[in-house]
Design a protein around this ligand. Structure first.
Ligand SMILES: Cc1cn([C@H]2C[C@H](O)[C@@H](COP(=O)(O)OP(=O)(O)O[C@H]3O[C@H](C)C(=O)[C@H](O)[C@H]3O)O2)c(=O)[nH]c1=O
Length: 162
């Protein structure tokens, strides 16, 4: 990873933002998360997990060497998502992007390897995040090292959440 002292605001190359349509009726709502006829084969999820994050709490910053994440923010809270591009060969090298997503703006975000990412629950209730990564966590049978670089405990880190 290339160290960048100051990031400039902008759009991170290769990060895909997909609005998620909620189909409302008397019973509640339903939303498709992904379909193999819409996603590129190389980013198709091979597993899925959900996490709950409490109000005010953040997860990350993390990055992956090979894994692409497919995050879905559907609620019941809203999240502020942070992205930093430290890929030397990227057209958006040195760019920092923030995105609000969740109950008021349901989104899927495709985050490629090497893009550092974090999110904070900025709502007042617990928030659910779905992820469908294109790699197995800890590999086949959970027998490999986890593909994750964690930046949250790094002193003086430029990856700060406001
Ligand atoms: C991701 C994952 C985790 N776990 C277990 C490992 C731990 O015992 C527990 C919590 O995992 P972790 O501490 O890695 O979770 P976070 O630090 O919140 O990281 C999450 O949020 C940030 C922003 C991300 O980008 C990560 O992809 C996502 O994992 O679940 C599993 O058993 N399977 C899994 O696929």
């Amino acid at each position: 990873m290339e160290i960048v002292a100051e990031f400039s605001p902008g759009k991170v190359h290769d990060v895909v933002v997909r609005p998620l349509a909620k189909y409302l009726d008397e019973r509640g709502w339903l939303a498709e998360l992904y379909r193999c006829d819409e996603l590129a084969a190389e980013t198709m999820p091979v597993m899925a997990y959900i996490s709950m994050t409490q109000p005010g709490v953040a997860r990350g910053p993390h990055e992956h060497r090979e894994q692409t994440d497919y995050f879905c923010f559907i609620g019941p809270a809203n999240f502020k998502v942070y992205l930093w591009d430290t890929r030397r060969d990227s057209p958006s090298f040195g760019v920092r992007q923030t995105i609000f997503a969740g109950v008021d703006q349901p989104l899927a975000l495709i985050v490629p390897p090497g893009v550092i990412h974090a999110y904070r629950n900025v709502g007042r209730e617990n928030g659910i995040v779905f992820n469908g990564p294109n790699r197995l966590y800890a590999g086949e049978g959970k027998s490999s090292p986890v593909d994750e670089i964690r930046h949250e405990e790094v002193e003086g880190s430029p990856f700060r959440l406001d």
